[in-house]
Structures are given as C-alpha cells and as structure tokens.
Design a protein around this ligand. Structure first.
Ligand code: GAL
Length: 814
C-alpha cells in the first residue's frame, strides 16, 4: 500500500502525515519510526545572509538529498580549495525543509538525524538554534520536540553549511548535506541513540555467549516497569534465541541494561561467508511495545600475531586491502548506496578483502555493505589532530570536539562485524615533534576505544619511522602501522621486537588508464623526485604511463610492495593507496589535473592494467592480461607485458608468427617480451600449465573509429532504491575493437519518464568538463554515463558522436 502511494505521485507531505498517523496511539504506546527525510529540500548558496528563520528572496532551488554543491561548480584554477580539493569551490549553503506533524504525535520525542554534513553545520527548528557541528563526516542528531508545532502549522528546519574557509582538506570533501537525513519519532521511553552494543563474550564452535547492552532513556515522570525483550534472528529470519529482562520501578533518567544470550552452534562471520545475525530488541512498558530496534551483528574470532600477522576464525589471512576515500567520482560526495556497492564489487572481483576508510568515518550504509560483502575494514577517524596540515582544517576544532567526535564514531560503528581495526589517525603532525601531544593524543583516543568497545585493536598510520616519533612509539595502540617505507617491512620484527605489524598504507604508484610511454618496462621513474620539490617534468598532456613503472618517492610500484607484503608472515596485510582514483590530489601534477593517479581503477570505474596484476595474485580466477594496446607506428619497439596466474609458461605470437615464449619467473608476478617491433595486426598470448593450453588473449590493431558500443553493468535497476545504472560507451572500429586513442566527443541522451543522465566521466584526470554534462569526450576509447530514474519503466540511452554510428541501449527501471 505504501509503495503504491509513493508511486501514484501523492504529495510527499501527505505521505509523511500518513506515516506519522498510521501508528499513532496513546502517548506511551507509540514505537520508533524512522522516516527518510531526504526529499523536497530548498537550497541556496549564500554567504551574506542569515536564513535561520525563513526562506526570503530569490535564488532558492528545490532538490533532494544527499547533495554536494561543490561537484556542481566549475573547476577553477584559482579556487581557494586548491589542487587537494579538485579545484572545486566551497562556500556557504543553506538548506530548508518544511513539514507538518499530526497532533496525535505530540508527546513523542522527535529527532532530526544527519549522517554527514560538510562542514560546520548549524541547525535551527522554527527559528530556534539547535546546535553546530564542525566535523564534516560524523553523524549527529538534535531533538526537535520542544520547539515543534503540532497543530497543523508548518515546521521549518533550516541548516547552514559553512565550507567557506579554504583550504581545509588535503582531499576532496564536497560541500553540503551529502549523506542521508532521517526524522526519528521516539517514545519518551526508548533506546538511546547508538547505545546498543552487541559482542561475543565467549565464542567457541559449540557455543557463543552474546553480551548485549544498551541505554534506556526514560523521560516520563512516573516510575515504570520496563521489560527488555531480545530475540536473536538467524540470517534467514528465524528466532533462534531470546531473552527477557525486567526492571521494576524505573525512575526517569538514563539506565544501562545488559543481557547475555547463549547461541548454540554459532555460524561465524567470515570474508567468504559474511553471516550476520539480527537482534530484534523491544522495550515494553505497561504491556505495550514502546521501542523496537533491529541491530545486525556478526560473530568472529580474530587476533593479530607477531609471527603470523592476522588470524581470522582460526586461519591465517593476509589482509589484501585498499584505501578508499569517500567520494564517488563523478557523483562527488553525494552518497548513493548503489555507487558504493559498485566500487566494492569491483574491488572484490580484484581479490581485495580489506578496506581502509581513509581518512574519516564512512557513510553508515558503506559499512553495511562491507558487512554483507565480507571485508576486513580498518576504520579511520582523523587525518588531522591538533597540528594542522591546512590553515582551516580540523585542528581548529580539535580541543573542543575531538572527544565528542571520536566517541560518536566508535559508538556508531562498533556493531559492524566487518570492522576489525580502529585507526586513530593518519600521518598526524604530532609524529614530527617530540611534543607531549604525540604521546597524550594516542593515549586519550585509545582509552576511548577501550571504554566503548574493547574488542578491537587500535593502530595509527605513521609515515615517520624514526624512534623519535612519539606517535609511532606509543604503547597505547595495539598494532604498529606503517605508511609506505616498504624497505623497512622485512626488518620489522628486529626493529620493534614483540610488536604486531600492519601496513596501513602502501604503494602510491601513478598511472592513467590506457596511457603507455615507450620507455623500457624495467626502468622506473620517481614523480616527483622528492616530496618537497615541486614537480616540473612529466608528460605534456598530464597523463602517466600505465606500465607500473612510475611512482612517488615515498612509495613503490605496485609489484614491489605487493611482493613484500605477500612474502613476510609478520605483515598482517596492507591497504594499497588507492583502490579507486579520487577527486583532488593530482600528484605529481597540478592544474589542469584535478583528480588522482593513484587508483588501481580510474575515477570512472574502469580498471587500469595493474588491476589484473592483483587479480592474478589475489584470486583463484584464471587471469591472462596483456598490455599495452596494439596501435603503434610502424617500427616502434614495444615491451609487451603479461599478468597471469595458474600457468608456468606463456607464448607470444605476432600475426600468427611465434615471437617468443617465457617461463614463469618465481621471483615475479609478470613477464615481459621486450622491444617487440610493431607491425599492424594482432598479438596473441597463450598461457600453458604443464604443457596444457590454459588461456589465450588477442589484442588487435584497431582501425578507425566507426561506432559507439553501449553496455551497462546493470541493465535493470531499482529506481525506488535510488539505484543507478552504469552505462559504458566504447568507441570501436568496424570490427568491434576498442580504438585505444579515441577521444571523440560523445553526447548522451536519455528517454524515459523520470530518467536522467546524472553524471558522465571518462577517467581522464585533466578533463575539466563538469561531471553533470551529458557531453563527454571518450578517454582512450571509453566513457561512462550514470543514469538514474525516478520512475519505473523502460529507458533508452543513446550515445551520439559526429562521424560515428550512434550506440543505443535499453535499460529497465523497476
Ligand atoms: C599519504 C597520505 C594520503 C595520500 C597519499 C598520496 O601520505 O596518507 O592521504 O596523500 O600519501 O601518496
């Protein structure tokens, strides 16, 4: 019924009213309602006026959240945000929303909950100031009830977002209310926000003792008898255990309550079988359910070990992780679950089993995805402590806010089974001074983890490895974390006897998808030469060769760090910088380069060659990947590189003629056929195991661009869940071979009720066309269109380009 109402175009306000009325009962009889509050906001960019109590003047527009206004701005070379934030401006934005409440709702406690607002938000309800929150990544809520109208008058929620002072971040942060907003109606007797904590007190194959605790907020005058009734549901939804605990004569105030629930033959959460239970928690007062909450959790045994690294459920497991920033490429920071799921699926298919949420709390739904897909998450809270990295960054708020922000982060995320490590900070400035803060801050943060969690280790990401670094040497944390410094990984047990080790960040190699410089494969280039010397070299078009031989002086190429990590058991794992390219930090370049080169996958989601290097080492999937393309000038001498697995020998043919064969070098993950003289036609590579042919791969010289070929990662997609369809456009010749240097301008069009091209991209770090544009040049033969639909139905996407046959694809929104 509800679904139908949404789809018949009923006014949203009516639906909200309906939702609020539907379960309205007597004062203490109503249970929790969580209402999606993303729709129908007004927005205005304006730093000169206050709009805390009304929408005056021109220039307001209507939009739905999540929203990032910076991603809509033009790239500007002199943007104060600088290269770190992708040359996209911040500013001051105002958001407003009006809503009515039913009389019957009066007596409930009403809260507004924001999952992330960048940054310095201030919130008013009906002109009454509720509070501010400088931190742009942590969720927060305010109680609205004392200031609400219940008599049919409109309530006005007003939010000021101040991201004006720039630069305030080393990477793209976006601006605005970029994560979900919820309106929560709670009974005066209800469970405190993020107070629920579920963990395994004891865990064996036969039996788990689950410790559950939460806080009851009792806001009624009379004392009450309160019952906590918990049912544990299996992943299939069957009740497998339950517990009832009653407190009699509970007075108004805050009350902690705990339960122990025994589960027989528990199913463990693992990366291969991410099994989750659900605790269905009810509070019962006077025979009525006054609150009900579903909290997922997982049971797993794990430890970190000096010799064996990481052990999960009794088996040694290398954490093969990547760092991910929170932006979603062309969508900016505006969170979308399907875009995050897409990223994680692409990572999973590469063999990644760990994610580091660098360098800030992730969206709650992102962690839900990690729970259900099976990743080992290292959750990070801060890129900056008290010492600054940028003039307006978080150091300004540290003293006043760090405790609150960190407590809220730990409480918000401690039930996620995918979360294994708390990373307290990244490359904090405190590393470099032998000051008291370098000792005191880790102690203070680790103490918060111990008091609120106590089930997971802490670490800190250090790039300064001298023993004068008080942060590195702090005994407050459980794992020593190195960023980079791969030459010191082998000697860790001697350098830090008795300590446990994780590589919190590695590699920082550089490449542009589809770009190859004809320099010897086994040469290497360090760009920039030193971190503190501005870079003046590089390629004129600001691209970087994808042969995995260009990297930063603090990092290495992919192969080097990967080999070391796999080789030493004492390394629990590593998180490669980065899984995906991200907005900002276009090291080693500056303008017009506006996004990173570090990604194993480009900003548009197209894998670079090294993706297959990892896939060949980290998965059981048979891999045979050949680079580069085969469109060169007659006589060019080209190194042909092969990433492969499960084979002991590879043969190479050029136009049917055998050029060579090579056996696997046990000391390497790749092999190279050096200086093969180009002639047009085709290269064929065949892998063999024990004399038996395993796989073959052919790369052809493309003729001239002929048509656009469209495909979608998800031809059918769920519009009600705001799922997006990711449409690939390839420029191909008349035989269907992708033209490797094609950069034709493509115009995307969409037909279908409620359908829209939300964004386009191509993975080119120097493309200054707005991501909202439906016009996009191909980059090395490829482009991406992201399609959304507000309604169900058939959608037709067309891609046109002058001189080429158009591509068409039909999608289905359901
Ligand atoms: C690291 C830093 C990352 C990123 C990276 C680029 O030192 O932690 O945020 O800047 O360098 O190589």
């Amino acid at each position: 019924m509800l679904k139908r109402l949404f789809h018949t175009g009923y006014s949203r306000m009516m639906i909200l009213l309906f939702l609020l009325l539907a379960t309205a009962g007597s004062l203490s009889g109503q249970s929790r309602k969580v209402i999606d509050f993303n729709r129908g906001w007004w927005f205005k960019l304006d730093s000169s006026q206050q709009y805390s109590n009304g929408r005056k003047g021109e220039g307001w527009r209507k939009l739905d959240l999540p929203h990032d206004w910076s991603i809509e701005m033009p790239f500007r070379e002199n943007s104060p945000a600088g290269s770190g934030a992708a040359y996209l401006d911040g500013g001051v934005g105002w958001y407003q929303k009006t809503f009515k409440l039913a009389q019957a709702e009066q007596g409930q406690r009403i809260f507004i909950a924001f999952e992330g607002v960048y940054e310095n938000s201030e919130v008013w309800i009906n002109g009454h100031f509720l509070g501010k929150r400088p931190n742009g990544y942590i969720g927060f809520e305010y109680e609205l009830s004392p200031y609400l109208y219940w008599d049919g008058r409109e309530n006005l929620l007003s939010v000021k977002v101040n991201n004006k002072n720039q630069p305030n971040s080393r990477f793209y942060s976006g601006s605005g209310i970029y994560r979900d907003v919820k309106l929560i109606s709670r009974n005066p007797v209800s469970i405190g926000t993020n107070s629920t904590f579920i963990r395994a007190g004891q865990l064996s194959e036969k039996r788990a003792v689950v410790d559950l605790s939460l806080e009851i907020e009792h806001n009624l005058e009379e004392s009450k008898k309160i019952t906590l009734l918990t049912a544990i549901l299996s992943a299939q939804g069957a009740v497998i255990a339950s517990k009832r605990t009653t407190l009699s004569a509970v007075k108004a105030g805050l009350h902690s309550i705990a339960q122990q629930i025994v589960l027989e033959n528990p199913v463990l959460w693992d990366i291969e079988n991410p099994y989750q239970y659900t605790a269905k928690i009810k509070l019962i007062v006077d025979g009525r359910v006054v609150d009900e909450q579903l909290t997922k959790f997982g049971l797993r045994n794990f430890s970190f070990d000096q010799q064996q690294g990481f052990i999960l459920n009794g088996r040694q497991l290398k954490i093969r992780g990547v760092c991910l920033h929170s932006d979603l490429g062309a969508l900016g920071m505006a969170f979308n679950t399907s875009a995050a799921l897409r990223q994680l699926r692409i990572m999973k298919a590469m063999g990644v089993n760990g994610i580091r949420t660098s360098h800030n709390p992730a969206a709650p739904a992102f962690l839900d995805l990690c729970d259900s897909l099976g990743f080992v998450v290292m959750s990070e809270t801060f890129d900056v402590w008290k010492g600054h990295k940028n003039p307006y960054d978080y150091h300004l708020y540290w003293d006043e806010w760090y405790k609150r922000d960190f407590v809220d982060h730990v409480k918000r995320d401690r039930n996620h089974p995918s979360l294994f490590i708390w990373c307290l900070g990244n490359e904090a400035q405190e590393q470099w001074h032998s000051k008291a803060d370098g000792t005191a801050i880790p102690i203070a943060l680790a103490a918060i983890v111990d008091s609120l969690d106590g089930t997971r280790p802490t670490t800190i990401a250090n790039n300064e490895l001298s023993k004068a670094n008080p942060v590195l040497m702090s005994s407050a944390v459980d794992l020593i974390g190195y960023n980079y410094n791969h030459k010191k990984w082998a000697s860790f047990p001697q350098d830090h006897p008795g300590k446990k080790f994780i590589v919190t960040e590695s590699t920082s190699a550089l490449e542009s998808r589809g770009t190859y410089d004809l320099v010897p494969y086994d040469s290497s280039r360090m760009w920039p030469e030193r971190w503190d010397i501005p870079f003046s070299g590089g390629n004129e078009d600001r691209n970087i060769s994808a042969y995995d031989n260009v990297f930063t002086p603090w990092g290495s190429n992919h192969q080097t760090s990967l080999r070391l990590m796999e080789r030493y058991d004492h390394i629990a794992g590593m998180y490669v910088w980065t899984g995906f390219d991200y907005l900002g930090e276009p090291t080693p370049y500056t303008w017009p380069a506006r996004s990173s080169y570090f990604g194993i996958v480009d900003l548009a989601g197209f894998p670079k060659d090294v993706y297959y290097l990892y896939q060949s080492v980290w998965t059981e999937k048979p891999v045979l990947h050949v680079l580069p393309h085969w469109n060169w000038k007659q006589g060019d001498r080209v190194d042909i590189v092969v990433y492969f697995n499960q084979a002991d020998r590879v043969e190479l043919y050029l136009n049917g003629k055998k050029i060579g064969e090579q056996s696997k070098d046990p000391g390497r993950y790749d092999l190279v056929f050096k200086a093969v003289e180009f002639e047009p036609g085709e290269i064929e590579v065949i892998s063999f195991q024990g004399g038996k042919k395993l796989l073959s791969k052919t790369i052809r010289t493309a003729a001239k661009a002929h048509r656009i070929q469209l495909s979608s990662e998800n031809v059918t997609f769920n519009s009600a869940n705001k799922e997006l369809s990711f449409v690939h456009a390839y420029i191909v010749d008349e035989f269907g071979t992708i033209v490797p240097d094609a950069d034709d301008k493509i115009e995307f069009e969409v037909e279908g009720d409620g359908a829209k091209i939300l964004a386009t991209d191509n993975g080119n770090t120097t493309d200054l066309t707005s991501f909202q544009s439906a016009l996009r040049n191909a980059f090395h033969g490829k482009a991406l269109a992201i399609v959304r639909s507000k309604n169900k139905g058939k959608i037709r996407v067309r891609a046109k380009s002058e001189g080429l046959i158009s591509g068409v694809i039909q999608l289905e929104a359901n």
